[in-house]
Write a protein that binds this ligand. Structure first.
Ligand SMILES: [Zn+2]
Length: 43
């Protein structure tokens, strides 16, 4: 069972209702790609 969501974009574990930082344009502009530890590099 999972008590968290998994971001479909970066695979990060999120609390229920939480929006992942990778969906935040401000954070994306800050260079989120450098902090992306997921294995999905198709984005
Ligand atoms: Zn994400």
């Amino acid at each position: 069972m999972s008590y968290f969501k998994t971001c479909p974009h970066c695979g990060a574990h999120l609390d229920p209702g939480e929006v992942c930082d990778c969906r935040n344009e401000e954070n994306a502009a800050a260079g989120i790609a450098s902090t992306n530890g997921g294995e999905d590099g198709t984005d």
